[in-house]
Design a protein around this ligand. Structure first.
Ligand code: NAD
Ligand code: UFG
Length: 337
């Protein structure tokens, strides 16, 4: 297929591009580089050995999106583009609603005009709200912050569009906690500013960019008192997108919803110790207050994705840390400007 990857220069998008090309698909990237750098594309071309067409514009621009679909033949879309920082979304709700909903409106309009009927959408475990333990897809959705609401709303918008256009095929993929990097060490997660997420923060402590890890609370009702999450290697997650794309070609119903997680939870301290094993020495940390809005435990029931997509996450937490460390060591300041 010729696949349009929105947000293809971002963390999850870039890893998915590599696998799409390896599987024989043609890839077209659209990204405004709001949270990524153009040099990602050079790394992707080196990894894949392919020239990758890139359209650099804001997907909310309907004219430019329409022009893209006129210029390029597209069979399917994987829609990663969006803003994703929970705390920032509380400060800038309008930007989050405008960007995350606006990109989806613009893309789906152009798809409809050009007869493109397959879309894989980046949703999140955040749609389970406060109820994220052993989450199954039939659980009611809700959110606790504007970012989360953009995901709940986009899922609903896509469902409504599917009712009105039953020939469309949508995959709503609910990611748990993506971490890790491509085994080459040439692409990985490159947060701008202070990392919000655990593993990028630990990686920056390990490489000497941050003094110590702040562990947000050790009084949760968990194995060791620290928060537990379902960390999934980004390459397992990327593989889930290819499986979903295949499923869309044979699906009878217009919308499929799948959790992409491992089904296992790892605590903050367990993750810190796994990273210490990858680095070969201890890393400094301090226990601090809980972070507002955090749940104690979040992990998937990935059974539906395992059964229906024929997909399963296989990489371990140690694999995730070794791969993150390889990427961080080789690129202490992320991608070049
Ligand atoms: P990312 O920020 O690395 O990638 C998103 C990409 O989209 C960036 O390259 C950014 O420049 C681009 N983009 C943003 N707004 C755009 C716009 N208006 N027009 C064109 N391009 C635009 O994020 P990621 O971690 O790769 O996440 C990808 C998707 O997965 C997002 O929708 C995110 O909400 C979702 N998700 C991520 C996580 C996670 O922990 N990383 C978890 C669950 C869901
Ligand atoms: N944590 C720390 N110190 C840090 C960063 C995180 O102790 O510096 C802890 C958190 O308290 C939590 C765990 O590490 O217990 C994981 O935190 P992350 O920020 O890495 O991940 P979250 O599960 O909080 O957030 C992720 C995505 C969000 C999504 C959310 C809900 O980043 O986009 O899952 O599914 F909304």
């Amino acid at each position: 297929m010729r696949v349009l990857v929105s947000g293809g220069a971002g963390y999850i998008g870039s890893h998915t591009v590599v696998q799409l090309v390896a599987a024989g698909h043609q890839v077209v990237i659209v990204d405004n580089f709001a949270n990524s750098k153009p040099s990602v594309v050079n790394r992707l071309e080196a990894l894949t050995g392919e020239h990758l067409p890139v359209h650099a514009f804001d997907l909310r621009d309907r004219d430019k999106t329409e022009h893209l679909f006129t210029q390029e033949h597209i069979d399917a879309v994987i829609h990663f583009a969006g803003l994703k920082a929970v705390g920032e979304s509380v400060e800038l709700p309008l930007e989050y609603y405008e960007n995350n909903l606006g990109t989806t409106f613009s893309l789906v309009r152009a798809m409809q005009r050009h007869g493109v009927d397959k879309l894989v959408f980046s949703s999140s475990a955040t749609v389970y709200g406060l109820d994220q333990e052993a989450a199954t897809e039939d659980r009611p959705t809700s959110a606790t912050n504007p970012y989360g609401w953009t995901k709940v709303m986009q899922e609903q918008i896509l469902r409504d569009i599917a009712v009105a256009n039953p020939s469309m095929r949508f995959a709503l993929l609910r990611y748990f906690n993506p971490v890790g990097a491509h085994a080459s060490g040439t692409i990985g997660e490159d947060p701008q500013g202070i990392p919000n997420n655990l593993v990028p923060y630990i990686a920056q402590v390990a490489v000497g960019r941050r003094e110590y890890l702040s562990v947000y609370g050790d009084d949760y009702p968990t194995r060791d008192g620290t928060g537990e999450r379902d960390y999934i290697h980004v390459d397992d997650l990327a593989a889930g997108h290819l499986a979903a794309l295949t499923r869309l070609t044979t699906m009878d119903e217009p919308v499929g919803v799948w959790n992409l997680g491992t089904g296992q939870s790892t605590s903050v301290l367990e993750m810190l110790h796994a990273f210490e094993r990858a680095v070969g020495h201890e890393l400094p940390h301090r226990i601090v207050d809980r972070r507002v809005g955090d749940v104690a435990v979040s992990y998937a029931d990935p059974g539906k994705a395992n059964a229906e997509l024929g997909w399963r996450a296989s990489r371990t937490v140690d694999d995730m840390c070794v791969d993150t460390w390889r990427w961080q060591q080789a690129n202490p300041h992320g991608f070049p400007d």
